[in-house]
Design a protein around this ligand. Structure first.
Ligand code: MG
Length: 163
């Protein structure tokens, strides 16, 4: 077996008048994340982690925010395209670990929903996905409820020929 690891980070500004999508799940809140796409800060970090693992650049290179066709696109579609690239290179997900940093809303009640949503998008078992959520202890822009950030680590594996 060969293994590849990748990491991803993203941050989006919270703004009124948009829906809040995290991991493809719509979290009930009076603000959403600003972005050219649906602003799904967690799926973007997962995309970047996967692209990093296969040394294929980053989400901005694959889906430029200057492209009108990506305006308002569901980030699940972007992640599906990224995972196609991964699979075309012969890799599959071993596991995904994520951290969401949000002062508000409280995400603990939705962690399972977010985990299930990511598993559904990638068509892999939920046990291979970990979703952790924490506040920023009131510090900085995230602490002031102006943004949500995420970190992701992805491990991929490929069966070597003849194994
Ligand atoms: Mg982003």
């Amino acid at each position: 077996m060969s293994y590849r690891i990748g990491m991803g980070y993203d941050i989006h500004r919270l703004t009124e008048g948009r829906k809040l999508f995290i991991g493809g799940f719509e979290v009930p809140y009076f603000k959403g994340l600003l972005g050219h796409s649906d602003g799904d800060v967690l799926l973007h970090a997962i995309c970047d982690a996967m692209l990093g693992a296969i040394s294929e650049g980053d989400i901005g290179a694959h889906f430029p925010d200057t492209e009108p066709k990506f305006q308002g696109i569901a980030s699940a579609e972007l992640l599906i395209k990224v995972y196609e690239l991964v699979k075309n290179k012969g890799y599959k997900v071993v596991n995904i670990d994520t951290v969401i940093i949000a002062q508000e809303p409280v995400l603990a009640p939705f962690k399972k929903n977010i985990q299930n949503s990511i598993a559904e998008i990638l068509d892999i078992k939920t046990e291979f996905i970990s979703v952790k959520a924490k506040t920023n202890e009131g510090l900085g822009d995230i602490g002031k409820k102006e943004a949500i950030a995420t970190y992701t680590v992805v491990l991929l594996t490929k069966e070597a020929k003849g194994e």
